[in-house]
Design a protein around this ligand. Structure first.
Ligand code: CU
Length: 265
């Protein structure tokens, strides 16, 4: 029902709810707009100077405008308590446990997205600011930590399996960034000093979306949605949604590759 809004294609399970909320807000705002403009026009004509040459100190006696204002407040309360708060609560609560989700740590920096997978052990390796090297180890991952042995890190390349919950633990190394993927209807600020979980279930692989859009070059993009400095415009990451098998294969290759080039192992 929300095609008329011209939103980007939808590729996550919860997105329909967000879209219908956006749709309803537009409908209510249209009603408010027409209502207020009619009221304004009415008062301009009704209280025009030629009809009211002298100010009337008694004023309007009818309570109609009061009822209308109460009506507007009720509609706004319905939007807030009936739609916005429940949908937001569902998004920020009930984050799926690590056993049922793909856990990815995404760390924003000026001007890139560092992606970090925990690997098969489900544990993120220790990171240390002393090990941080912008070229070879942008996250300061301690490869000597046993939990880090199977960890996979990439820059700007987020791979995800389709139809499985994804929990992104969002962090930032420097300033406030914002992780936004329009097709997943996800947008969250990355705040230095905080780890903020966001979750969604991608339901359309990149290949399926390419076929659907009839565009063989289509890619999901992570757009930084907070002006974060001079290079903000080039702070884009890419999301590749694959089948479970393809993703598993990719992850295994990465684990192999990263252990091969790593001087610590
Ligand atoms: Cu940014």
């Amino acid at each position: 029902m929300t095609e008329w809004l011209g939103l980007p294609a939808l590729a996550a399970n919860h997105g329909g709810q967000i879209d219908s909320l956006i749709g309803w807000i537009h409908i209510f705002m249209l009603v408010l707009f027409v209502g207020w403009i009619s009221f304004f026009t009415y008062t301009l004509i009704r209280f025009r100077r030629s009809r009211n040459p002298v100010a009337d100190y008694a004023g309007v006696k009818s309570h109609r405008s009061t009822y209308m204002e109460i009506g507007v407040a009720v509609v706004e309360a319905v939007l807030l308590f009936g739609f916005a708060i429940p949908i937001w609560a569902a998004r920020v609560d009930n984050v799926p446990p690590p056993s049922q989700a793909v856990m990815v740590q995404v760390t924003g920096e000026q001007f890139a997205w560092n992606i970090h997978y925990a690997g098969p052990d489900g544990k993120f390796g220790r990171t240390d600011i002393k090990l941080l090297d912008l070229q070879s180890n942008p996250l300061g991952l301690d490869r000597e930590d046993p939990a880090a042995k199977d960890d996979v890190t990439t820059v700007n390349q987020l791979y995800l399996p389709v139809n499985k919950p994804v929990v992104v633990r969002l962090r930032s190394k420097d300033v406030i960034h914002s992780f936004g993927v329009p097709e997943f209807r996800v947008k969250q600020d990355a705040v230095p000093g905080l780890t903020i979980p966001i979750w969604f279930v991608p339901n359309t692989t990149t290949a399926e979306m390419r076929a659907k859009k009839n565009n063989p070059e289509f890619v999901y993009e992570i757009a930084c949605a907070q002006l974060c400095g001079l290079g903000h415009a080039r702070m884009r990451g890419f999301v590749t949604v694959q089948t479970a098998e393809e993703f598993q294969k990719w992850l295994e290759e990465q684990i192999k590759d990263q252990s091969a080039v790593d001087p610590f192992r």
